[in-house]
Design a protein around this ligand. Structure first.
Ligand SMILES: [Zn+2]
Length: 341
């Protein structure tokens, strides 16, 4: 099915002839599935999932198929949870979580790759969004530079500061959507997420996704930095001003091949879909060795969303095919990380 591969090589005798899958029935227990080296003096047995991303999972092939089918037929607009799986398929929570970790990691890697390689053209909406915030102590080493700057400017100190998690995105109207994380930004308590700056846009690498040829224009919601981005790309940037409650306006002098509607309606809807996709009980930060930092799971989920979005509403069968395609690339497996959160 694409999810399980025969091992290429016997680890004991390096023989390339592997037989199987074989099955050994056991008294009062479900059968054991394995591959067998066919070299007569070796006969090493390898677990069924040895050469699959699911290596380490102890499951009957039938159960693995049930898990995969349940996963592929679940709604693509929501994260599949461990409890979903445990309820739908007869597996323990640890196995369920391990299974989810494998697919989440693969989807996220594919999504990140998509965001680093897709090419956007024509009418491109650009925007940033906040994905919440977490608090950092003023002694946090990862954010020390920003905290220093803030305190120098305000001539005051707080015990802790909110740190905004921000995502930058480009969305071709009727085309691809790509996103990149900005470095989190420390701000004063009760502040709104800081507006994206030109330096941040440039270093995100996202402008490299804009095609160098053909008719192109940026459509932004008024953050000034996008004007600079437009100049940098040598294309126009049409803006609306949310501050003046202007969300959408018709443009008069636009190339006929480009959209006449200013505004960021398309990417705004995408942000909303992304936020609906992310689990609501999310822990935004983890405690790292240098102080709090953004939960890497959040990053994974965002790029998982980007990958699914790039598939353009596949049917369960098409989604299953796409998941199977991800298997060939990396069979190194994913180490079990424990529960989400
Ligand atoms: Zn062997």
């Amino acid at each position: 099915m694409g999810f399980v591969h025969k091992p290429n090589l016997c680890p004991t005798c390096e023989c390339k002839k592997i037989q199987g899958p074989c099955q050994q029935t056991r008294q009062n227990r479900s059968p054991w599935w394995f591959w067998r080296c066919s070299f007569w003096s070796c006969q090493t047995r390898l677990p069924f999932l040895n050469n699959s991303a699911f290596v380490g999972l102890r499951l009957q092939p039938k159960t693995l198929v049930q898990l995969i089918l349940h996963y592929a037929s679940s709604s693509l607009t929501k994260v599949v949870t461990r409890d979903d799986l445990v309820q739908a398929v007869n597996v323990g929570w640890q196995q369920g979580q391990h299974f989810l970790d494998v697919l989440t990691t693969q989807e996220a890697e594919a999504g990140e790759l998509f965001c680093k390689t897709a090419v956007l053209s024509r009418s491109i909406e650009c925007d940033a969004t906040g994905l919440g915030r977490y608090y950092v102590k003023r002694t946090n080493l990862l954010m020390a530079d920003q905290i220093q700057q803030l305190e120098d400017k305000k001539k005051s100190q707080c015990k802790a500061y909110p740190c905004h998690i921000r995502l930058l995105g480009l969305h071709e109207r009727g085309g691809a959507f790509v996103a990149a994380f900005l470095r989190p930004r420390v701000a004063l308590p009760k502040s709104r997420p800081p507006v994206e700056a030109w330096d941040e846009i440039r270093s995100s690498g996202l402008l490299d996704r804009v095609s160098h040829r053909g008719k192109r224009a940026l459509y932004s919601d008024g953050a000034r930095a996008w004007m600079t981005a437009g100049k940098h790309l040598g294309i126009k940037c049409y803006q609306v001003s949310h501050q003046r409650k202007e969300f959408c306006r018709s443009l008069s002098e636009v190339d006929p091949k480009l959209s006449k509607k200013a505004g960021t309606q398309v990417i705004d809807r995408k942000w909303k879909a992304l936020k609906d996709f992310l689990p609501s009980n999310y822990h935004r930060k983890i405690n790292g060795p240098h102080g709090s930092q953004v939960n890497p799971r959040m990053r994974q989920r965002v790029f998982q969303f980007c990958w699914r979005n790039s598939l353009k509403w596949p049917s369960p069968a098409q989604f299953l095919k796409q998941l199977a395609k991800l298997q060939g690339k990396n069979c190194s497996g994913v180490s079990f990380q424990g529960a989400e959160k």
